[in-house]
Write a protein that binds this ligand. Structure first.
Ligand code: BGC
Length: 458
């Protein structure tokens, strides 16, 4: 597909801006040996289709806006692990209330949205947006809000009931430029260390005893010596999992204030600390699967489910996958501790949907966003997804023991900082530059170059 080319002919600022962004992502993909930008062969795991470029053959409308098409085209990246089941459960609820709307599902597979930006940005700039698309709220929205490419849905969707029901911080993230432009549907936690109970028992490791990120290295060494399992079920095909592991090591070593300083751009003031987290990450990467460079996050997680791997650092979307695995029970077969050193922190990852301007189906889109913000949608979606709801009035009885514990941890947490790897905490240009840094680091483990890349990215 042609969307990655930075050399588009029209000279509009918005167009150049976005095409340049997409080009950067394509570069990251190549550096990370990931894909050609169309979602195939990336780390999404499921290759049941990739996002159409909207060139006109999907019946999603001509982008002229204003008509009341009853087709609702959704671009998202939930095709792996338990993601797809959660998404479908939400769509089922929407369909029950809106039988006249036909959903045109257009996934851009790739964990952490690794393939979605190129597709969505080019569609939006071309004036041919989908009805709605998945995006992290917060900083990730700003390229769109800067150019006025998202509708203000502060009145049409966000009625008083919804505003009152949502957590205030989540409402704030949905309005980075003042107007409310997004509807968040979940809150994931990133700082988890999941483990296969029998594998860690075989190595005589009690994960609750691992106090800090350095202690985790010792545990990986022991697992390696005492069992046949892969110690750390980590993927390096796409850079985001190493980026998120680095930010969690940093958080575990330094705490939230220093992490916040990094988000604020003070990398040089914390040079030794940033380097120390990189060095430890390089040490961890000795204990990943031999095929880490060609697997997706959920394929890594499958190995933990099968008992061929001991631990994994992932967001709690990994738990959504465990829920879907038969005979793999929370507490008996798998469990989780906060990433060592991050007790009391709920490192949050949030997904939302938006209303692009020039919308092909304004009425259906508004109905969908209304639904996504409802108790019913969040009650169906989150227990399967492995996340907790951003509304405060969703009954928690169907969330199971693990998510109930996460919910308690959230309620009792001291802070809920946004993440870097999942775009809420940093602007997309920084995010892309960091992905490039970690794509290279996955290959060369060069701490000096990675430090300089991180410093320059911020
Ligand atoms: C998203 C999750 C998703 C994960 C892996 C994150 O960025 O917020 O919803 O499950 O990526 O694809």
């Amino acid at each position: 597909m042609s969307h990655d080319s930075p050399s588009d002919e029209t000279g509009r600022l918005t167009r150049r801006h976005y095409v340049a962004g997409a080009g950067t992502l394509a570069t990251v993909g190549i550096a990370g040996c990931s894909d050609d930008g169309n979602g195939s062969g990336d780390d999404g795991g499921a290759d049941d289709g990739s996002a159409d470029d909207g060139s006109g053959d999907d019946g999603s409308g001509d982008g002229s806006g204003g008509d009341a098409s009853s087709e609702l085209e959704i671009i998202h990246w939930w095709t792996a692990g338990g993601e797809e089941d959660a998404y479908n459960a939400m769509l089922d609820g929407f369909r029950e209330e809106n039988p006249d709307v036909e959903i045109v599902d257009n996934p851009a597979p790739g964990g952490a949205g690794s393939a979605i930006d190129a597709v969505v940005q080019n569609r939006v700039i071309d004036g041919n947006p989908p009805s709605t698309f998945q995006i992290w709220p917060g900083q990730a929205l700003t390229p769109y809000t800067n150019e006025g490419l998202l509708e203000d849905i502060g009145d049409s969707v966000w009625d008083d009931d919804m505003r009152e029901a949502y957590l205030d911080d989540v409402v704030d993230l949905s309005s980075p430029a003042g107007d409310l432009v997004a509807v968040p549907i979940n809150i994931h936690r990133l700082n988890n260390l999941f483990f296969n109970v029998s594998v860690v028992e075989e190595a005589d490791i009690d994960p609750t005893d691992i106090d800090d990120p350095q202690g985790l290295l010792g545990a990986l060494e022991t697992i390696d010596a005492e069992t046949d399992a892969t110690p750390l079920a980590h993927q390096t095909q796409s850079p985001w999992s190493s980026l998120q592991l680095w930010e969690n090591i940093f958080l575990g070593q330094q705490g939230v204030d220093d992490y916040q300083s990094i988000l604020d751009g003070d990398v040089e003031g914390l040079e030794d600390e940033v380097r120390s987290a990189l060095e430890l990450l390089a040490d961890y990467l000795d204990y990943v699967p031999e095929d880490a460079g060609s697997i997706s996050w959920d394929q890594g997680n499958d190995e933990l489910i099968n008992g061929n791997a001991a631990v994994i650092h992932q967001g709690d979307w990994a738990a959504g996958q465990y829920e879907g695995a038969s005979g793999f029970e929370f507490g008996e077969d798998w469990d989780m501790v906060p990433f060592p050193g991050t007790d009391g922190v709920y490192h949050s990852v949030i997904d939302s949907f938006v209303f692009p301007t020039n919308n092909p189906s304004p009425e259906a889109t508004e109905r969908f966003l209304n639904y996504a913000g409802s108790v019913d949608a969040q009650e169906r979606f989150n227990p399967i997804k492995g996340s907790i709801p951003p509304r405060t009035d969703v009954p928690m009885d169907e969330f199971g023991d693990f998510l109930s514990r996460q919910f308690d941890d959230f309620q009792n947490s001291n802070s809920q900082p946004p993440t870097i790897a999942h775009g809420t905490g940093v602007a997309p240009a920084i995010h892309s530059a960091l992905e490039e840094v970690f794509a290279n680091f996955n290959g060369n483990l060069d701490v000096d170059t990675a430090y300089e890349g991180i410093r320059d990215a911020f």
